[in-house]
Design a binder for this molecule. Structure first.
Ligand code: NAD
Length: 254
């Protein structure tokens, strides 16, 4: 017999409540309720832009093509122009609360929006970097990413080099520390909570498989099933991130 949603919420809450080394693994879907569109699906960024604008070779060859789109995408994070700066939502806040309560040890995020940090997550692996800074592709200098440093059509370092946002572009390696920390967390966890990730961007997408191979109970929160759902997931909650996390928190805290 198929379990009801209430039964599945109860099973997930029990696993999270009993976890000794809980880990959250998040993707663009967790920030949708904060007003940031995901890459894929309804309202997705790739319906409006050609993904090659975030390809490292393309960016280095024709930054004047990539930068306008990058700036438009990041207006939301930076709060410049007429847009309101984005805020963490209930799902980010519950993950930070569970970390403070010792229920989870690490949040691994594929997002670059800084919302987990803003919500209070401390032991955070930003797998694809972040958009707090710019890095010079010539001298390696880092500058804060803000309206001033990105004012030029193609932002340049004082040395004349090309500045790139400090998140991972296609064709670029994952920061070694993020790889090592996420690998360790995925091997150690006994309960991994996946929130709003489609599981198609590798190598990040392999982490839930690694956790499962090492014996973790896997909870998935996503309005749509993904490549994980039938492969590694113990409890699938077909809900939006905010509602699912608030309902789980009520049960876990009861
Ligand atoms: P994705 O865009 O491939 O998939 C998003 C997933 O979220 C989908 O499975 C979708 O069904 C689900 N989703 C949509 N609304 C949701 C909601 N309200 N609650 C829960 N889930 C919801 O995202 P991905 O798997 O993270 O991979 C894309 C890559 O794009 C990542 O590397 C990420 O770094 C990057 N990205 C980041 C941001 C951000 O920083 N906020 C935004 C877009 C893309």
């Amino acid at each position: 017999m198929t379990a009801t949603l209430a039964e599945n919420l109860a099973r997930a809450a029990e696993a999270i409540g009993n976890a000794r080394y809980g880990v959250g693994f998040t993707g663009a879907g967790i920030s949708v309720e904060s007003g940031i569109p995901p890459f894929r699906g309804e309202g997705g960024v790739w319906n409006r832009y050609d993904p090659s604008i975030l390809d490292l070779d393309t960016f280095m060859r024709s930054p004047e093509r990539s930068w306008p789109a990058i700036k438009e995408m990041f207006t939301a994070f930076l709060g410049t122009g007429d847009r309101t700066p984005v805020e963490p939502n209930a799902a980010h806040r519950v993950l930070a609360k569970w970390e403070a309560e010792g229920r989870i040890k690490t949040v691994i995020t594929q997002n670059i929006d800084g919302l987990h940090e803003a919500a209070g997550s401390r032991n955070l692996v930003e797998f694809h970097g972040h958009c707090r800074s710019l890095v010079c592709l010539s001298c390696g200098r880092r500058l804060p990413l803000n309206a001033e440093t990105t004012a030029a059509d193609v932002p340049k370092c004082p040395c004349g080099g090309l500045l790139k946002p400090d998140f991972v572009f296609f064709g670029e390696g994952i920061p070694p520390e993020a790889l090592a920390d996420s690998d360790e967390a995925a091997r150690r966890t006994d309960c991994m909570v996946l929130v709003g990730t489609s599981g198609v961007v590798y190598p990040a997408a392999s982490l839930p498989f690694l956790a499962k191979r090492n014996g973790a109970f896997v909870v998935e929160i996503n309005p749509e099933p993904t490549s994980y759902t039938d492969a590694v997931v113990d409890v699938f909650l077909p809900l939006k991130a905010g509602e699912a996390m608030e309902r789980l928190d009520e049960l876990v805290s009861a």
